[in-house]
Ligand binder design. Structure first.
Ligand SMILES: NC(=O)C1=CN([C@@H]2O[C@H](COP(=O)(O)OP(=O)(O)OC[C@H]3O[C@@H](n4cnc5c(N)ncnc54)[C@H](OP(=O)(O)O)[C@@H]3O)[C@@H](O)[C@H]2O)C=CC1
Ligand SMILES: CC(=O)N[C@@H](CCC(=O)OP(=O)(O)O)C(=O)O
Length: 315
């Protein structure tokens, strides 16, 4: 029997990409909504309750509202918004972090998809705090470079406006007040004592991102080098189809440059470990619309349905 899927917010950036990823699947029956009624509360309620699984690809407030519309006990929710990521009765949709994360997605009724910057940060930090290589009180910082589709339809419109301001042609730093919406999940999921100093930068390309966490080796537990951390992360993520630790020194293949758009269109995430005996840089490279949003949402669906993680995904 096919799984009935409804995408609430199917006309948005994340919703459209989830739709695309279902094109060649015969185990899914998509429930559609009349475009004129896609914001009509009664119609959305009807569609959500007809579904086995509903994806929420909505702004936070609309995602919270949608959860209140669920009446049938069999309906399961995968929410791509920030609304429920740090709620204890929601599974955090990052299965590679631990067996517990994977099981809570598999059995979960309510699953929150990680934020894009948070995905990059947590992929690097969680394994290190889990093993105590990184003390929970480390004064951690991170910077992140993202394509403009991370800002959804509104930001895409601003970047693609023929009359845009010249500022849009250069990378732009933002969230400098240290109140970015992903800070809470970064701290909570990664098991840190405090929120990171976080500096995101949005640039003039459609999608893809790199998130970097710099570390001083003398503040880590044990004698750590880029090689030892690389070996540890490689073993941590061994056999994962969507998270890959790149061979040590792999950045030399692109002359020491890592490009923000390298994994555009893909749903996997690559990790690089670089640096020297004093300072290590951990970098994750992925697509904000892939492992950073729709790819991760579909991976969660696959796990909930008992399929391979990467079914229908581009890796
Ligand atoms: N883009 C990205 O890289 C990522 C996005 N996310 C999160 O995913 C969610 C969706 O983001 P994204 O796809 O980028 O956003 P978009 O702005 O591209 O799309 C949101 C969609 O929701 C629709 N919508 C708004 N309010 C309602 C409502 N009350 N009822 C039904 N539909 C509504 C919008 O309608 P309309 O078309 O009329 O505007 C739009 O089609 C957000 O919470 C976002 O933060 C998560 C990770 C990454
Ligand atoms: C370029 C840009 O603006 N990006 C967004 C992140 C997109 C995202 O991941 O949003 P969710 O929290 O809903 O998952 C931002 O930094 O706020």
């Amino acid at each position: 029997m096919k799984t009935k899927i409804f995408i609430d917010g199917s006309e948005g950036t994340t919703g459209l990409r989830i739709n695309e990823r279902f094109m060649n699947r015969d185990d899914i029956e998509l429930i559609t909504i009349d475009p004129d009624l896609r914001k009509d509360l009664a119609e959305r309620k009807k569609k959500i309750n007809e579904s086995d699984i509903t994806f929420l690809c909505l702004p936070d407030a609309a995602a919270r509202e949608a959860v209140q519309l669920v009446e049938n006990d069999h309906v399961r929710i995968i929410d791509s918004s920030t609304a429920h990521r740090t709620e204890s009765d929601w599974a955090y949709g990052f299965p590679e972090l631990s067996v517990n994360h994977r099981n809570s997605i598999k059995e979960g009724r309510f699953v929150a998809v990680p934020g894009c910057h948070a995905t990059g940060f947590i992929s690097l930090v969680y394994p290190l705090t889990a093993s105590d290589i990184l003390p929970s009180n480390y004064p951690i910082s991170s910077f992140s470079l993202t394509g403009y589709s991370g800002g959804g339809k509104k930001m895409i419109g601003e970047y693609e406006d023929a009359n845009r301001h010249a500022d849009f042609s250069a990378p732009r730093e933002y969230a400098m007040s240290q109140q970015h919406k992903h800070l809470k999940e970064m701290k909570w999921i990664a098991g840190l004592d405090r929120e990171p100093l976080f500096s995101p930068i949005v640039a003039d390309y459609y999608s893809g991102m790199i998130v970097t966490v710099p570390l001083y080796t003398h503040l880590l537990n044990g004698k750590q080098t880029p090689e030892s951390v690389h070996t540890y992360l490689t073993e941590y993520y061994a056999n994962q189809s969507l998270v890959h630790v790149m061979p040590f020194g792999a950045e030399s293949e692109t002359n020491g440059f890592l490009s923000g758009n390298h994994l555009t269109g893909y749903d996997g995430l690559n990790i690089y470990v670089t640096g020297n005996e004093d300072r290590i840089l951990l970098t994750s490279q992925f697509d904000n619309l892939g492992k950073g949003a729709s790819g991760a949402a579909i991976q969660c669906l696959n796990i909930m349905l008992g399929c391979e993680d990467d079914k229908g995904l581009s890796v």
